[in-house]
Design a protein around this ligand. Structure first.
Ligand code: UDP
Length: 237
């Protein structure tokens, strides 16, 4: 597989074309950002840790029958992925109240949400990723009704698999964000699943083990991501 030109650089990852038009290389950089890019930093080892974390989780999801874009690790900080046509919608599931839900509704952080909630946000930093709904997505052509139904079903299926996985390792999967794309007319899970895009708390102490460590200046960001990985049996060396 030959890596060719950089097609797109996001806030934390860059996408490269390859000699196969159906495959791309996703490079995980050490850059980190929060608050729609307002707070940024370089965190040593982050690209490598998130690349390997994502590879392990995507493999577990594929084993559970969820179609993902992940194909293979190609280096410490690069993965080969399918070339999806991404949909500009973020799918968020919450098992506990935190983050924007607490700010929006004034509910107590940590409140258990049963059944888990499901929300859609438009992927648009300039607009601060506003909350949307299926009606808006369909009318503006961001995704079709059929695609949205599939995305919701897959996002909730991911929750079944990952909530149990984190729970067994002494952690609560509080919430997470997924992004999907289309490949051969199929809805496929794209982007990444890493502590950058979810909230994870220690089950006993409620210690935050995700990007809130960066957002809130709690320190030991990447060391804690590695601790999450170690508890899940993911190795980084
Ligand atoms: N999230 C994300 N990217 C975004 C927005 C949210 O990865 O652009 C993740 C976030 O890390 C959390 C979940 O989605 O795990 C829910 O985020 P929330 O709506 O609470 O917003 P936040 O508090 O992160 O602004």
């Amino acid at each position: 597989m030959e890596k060719r030109k950089e097609l797109y650089a996001g806030k934390a990852k860059s996408i490269y074309t390859t000699d196969d038009p159906s495959k791309m290389i996703m490079l995980f950089r050490d850059d980190t950002s929060a608050f729609d890019g307002e707070k940024t930093a370089q965190l040593n080892r982050k690209g490598m840790v998130n690349n390997k974390f994502n590879a392990a989780i995507m493999t577990k999801l594929a084993d559970a029958g969820i179609p993902t874009h992940f194909e293979a690790l190609v280096s410490d900080n690069e993965s080969l992925v399918k070339n999806l046509a991404m949909l500009p919608v973020e799918c968020v599931v919450r098992n506990r109240a935190a983050g924007s839900l607490v700010r929006r509704l004034g509910v107590k952080e940590g409140e258990t949400l049963n059944p888990p909630t499901y929300e859609l946000f438009l992927k648009d930093d300039a607009l601060h990723d506003p909350m949307v709904n299926t009606s808006l997505c369909v009318s503006f052509g961001w995704a079709t009704e059929v695609q949205l139904e599939k995305m919701e079903a897959l996002t909730l299926q991911v929750n079944e698999v990952l909530f149990a996985l984190f729970d067994a390792a002494g952690m609560v999967l509080v919430d997470y964000k997924l992004e999907f794309g289309v490949f051969n007319d199929q809805i496929i899970l794209g982007d990444e699943f890493s502590p950058d895009g979810c909230r994870i708390w220690d089950k006993e102490t409620n210690k935050k083990m995700d990007k809130d460590r960066f957002r809130q200046g709690l320190g030991s960001v990447i060391e804690t991501y590695e601790e999450v990985g170690a508890r899940l049996g993911i190795t980084f060396d």
